[in-house]
Design a protein around this ligand. Sequence first.
Ligand SMILES: NC(=O)c1ccc[n+]([C@@H]2O[C@H](COP(=O)([O-])OP(=O)(O)OC[C@H]3O[C@@H](n4cnc5c(N)ncnc54)[C@H](O)[C@@H]3O)[C@@H](O)[C@H]2O)c1
Length: 371
Amino acid sequence: MKVLVTGGAGFVGSHLVDGLLEQGHEVRILDNLEPQVHGEGGARPDYLTEEAELQVGDIRDREAVARALDGVEVVYHQAALVGVGQSMYDMARYVDINTLGGAIVLEEIVKRRDAIRKVVVASSMSIYGEGAYRNGKGQIVSPSLRSDEELAAKRFDFEGAVDGPLEPIPTPEDKPLQPTSIYAVTKRDHEEMFLAAGSAYRIPVVALRYFNIYGTRQALSNPYTGVVAIFSSRLLNRNRPMIFEDGNQSRDFVHVSDIVRANLLALERSEADGGVFNIGTGQPTSIKQVAEILAERLDYPEDPDIVGRYRAGDIRHCFADISRAREGLGFEPRMSLADGMDELLAWLRNQKADDRVEGAAKELEARGLTR
Ligand SMILES: NC(=O)c1ccc[n+]([C@@H]2O[C@H](COP(=O)([O-])OP(=O)(O)OC[C@H]3O[C@@H](n4cnc5c(N)ncnc54)[C@H](O)[C@@H]3O)[C@@H](O)[C@H]2O)c1
């Protein structure tokens, strides 16, 4: 089939492009080579295969989108700005690119709906806010953010009111959504806009809620990207990774190869149409653990810098309940964290990264977003 991947020059998109080509699809990319991700000057990244057609253009440019959609049967919408912290002060740009850009892609898809056989949209675990928990009575609860008072007193875990401490459990798709950043709001927009339009116009749409993705090609010099890339950038420059809170907060780290497989399954499975699926491993890993694994493998002797402060809007724990993806997509994560880290480290050793993390941290601090 003829497939368009928006954002196909990026981390996830480029791996997805490789996966689609391997399956025999014809692939086109629409990507504006955003300088924050690809560096000033916006050169085609070296890792990007010549077998895919790259159209350099912005998803907010209707004509560029129309050109990119010409003859296309399948669309993967991956293009977005991805910085959670940055989105809290660059709000209009995030809404402009992610929400409005997404709406333009969608309008152009709707015009060509007779030709379109599937649309898969990248959503995010960030839309949940806090993950799901069980209280002392065995009930499943969805707490809202911890208060400033608790965080300032370094009471990072949910203590629970009368029912004892809350125990984090895998987060299912039906947990109420509580996005806590502008980025997360725009990702919820992506998901809801694409599913609503898909249902109204009878276009098969699938939304995949990615958890924390790691792997080769993640933009190491982008201080607003994922935590694995940020820590790697610090360590490659022989700086200590900075960790907020006490480092025991956990996330679900999923290798990019598993994300690609979920996307390919979403294309194959018509039962998945109209659905939303968590894509993760189902396993929590603490942020401190990730910093320690990376430091050990990069022969960095010092402990991470646990700053003890916290960021506004940060959550304590969130990891995926993947039962729905198992049933509806036939998805099973294959890459263990140990193997995924080995692969990442083999690549990292030959990479250079500009460590811009302190500058980004100062941006948050200057705005009172770290406390
Ligand atoms: N990486 C993760 O952990 C993660 C987790 C959840 C969801 N996601 C989602 O997955 C998708 C891919 O993320 P990624 O990690 O590969 O990020 P990335 O920054 O590596 O890739 C995004 C790509 O989109 C392009 N882009 C940005 N603005 C554009 C515009 N206006 N027009 C055209 N192209 C534009 C960029 O140049 C880049 O190549 C995003 O939608 C993101 O929200 C990622």
